[in-house]
Design a protein around this ligand. Structure first.
Ligand SMILES: [Zn+2]
Length: 308
């Protein structure tokens, strides 16, 4: 009876971390996120890539498992097993795909492999779209100041989203070194410029990345470059933070990763609520940062998120 209570009343159980508690509430959604590939060398297995029939079989076996837990048969054991060393912050997207690309990657492959001809065609289409925009806001796209604007904007937009054609393997490029180092490494105040996917206007801010190595360290300049790769896409801050943390976790297999981002969103600052001084802070902690409050607090005080 005791067992039954610990499993079914996990929400109220005081020894759970907040992430776990959140996980219990969203149990169904998170079930899919728990499996993690051990290394980027192995092919990514996204639930969406698994054939339908196999997915259904897994789902049904999971349902049986859940039923067993409810019956108190495999209660405590079952929960420990599924929670051990797994993270509840994962999404359905594999961080690193079969060939080092990462989702969303329709455009990643297309832009990576495009030739001069398709590149020119893409630019032409973007230019005419911007011309339409100019007309629609009541401007004259043929006046002198605006003549080259469609092309300039198209090129700027391609730059803002250049992360779609970047590949995490090329970025890391083997810069992982077996140093036997196991102390916290932090790179803070990384400038981040990204584009809000809801309004197509920028959000900018600082990102702080920390990790605790498991003997292997990553070339320190790779951390800002990984942040840059994910920032140069259409994003929301929450996902950006999570993607950076998950990518580092996957590439490096450290004991833990923590990413905090503070930023200002133009869609909030110059439209909508127009709260010009507000800062949005998001964080994603994995591994030992998720498990140990002390480690997490050490990171937060070192990056000084609450300094203002
Ligand atoms: Zn927005």
């Amino acid at each position: 009876m005791d067992q039954l209570e610990t499993t079914t009343n996990a929400v109220g159980s005081p020894d759970l971390s907040s992430n776990e508690r959140r996980g219990q509430k969203n149990n169904k959604n998170d079930e899919n996120n728990r499996r993690r590939r051990p290394s980027m060398r192995k092919p990514a297995r996204d639930v969406r890539d698994v054939p339908q029939s196999r997915r259904q079989r897994k789902d049904s076996s999971r349902r049986e498992n859940d039923q067993a837990k409810k019956d108190g048969l495999d209660g405590e054991n079952g929960r420990t097993k599924t929670n051990a060393g797994t993270s509840l912050t994962r999404t359905n997207s594999p961080v690193i795909d079969f060939d080092g690309l990462s989702r969303p990657s329709f455009g990643t492959r297309e832009r990576l492999e495009e030739n001069d001809e398709s590149k020119a065609m893409r630019l032409e289409r973007m230019k005419s779209a911007v011309q339409t925009l100019l007309e629609c806001i009541g401007e004259d796209p043929n006046r002198e100041g605006l003549l080259a604007t469609p092309e300039r904007y198209a090129k700027a937009m391609l730059f803002f989203t250049k992360g779609y054609q970047e590949n995490i393997r090329d970025i890391v490029n083997g810069a992982i070194f077996q140093e036997g180092h196991n102390e916290m490494v932090i790179v803070k105040d990384i400038d981040v410029f990204s584009v809000c996917e809801h309004h197509l206007v920028p959000f900018t801010g600082k990102m702080h990345i920390g990790y605790i190595p498991n003997n292997a360290v990553i070339g320190i300049s790779k951390l800002p470059r990984i942040a840059e790769m994910f920032a140069r896409r259409l994003q929301i801050q929450e996902r950006l933070t999570r993607e950076v943390a998950n990518a580092i976790f996957e590439v490096l297999q450290p004991q833990g990763v923590a990413v905090v981002m503070e930023s200002s969103h133009l869609c909030m600052v110059m439209r909508g609520v127009q709260k010009t001084t507000s800062t949005t802070i998001t964080s994603c902690v994995l591994g030992c940062f998720e498990r140990r409050e002390k480690t997490r607090n050490e990171f937060l005080s070192l990056v000084g998120v609450n300094r203002r």
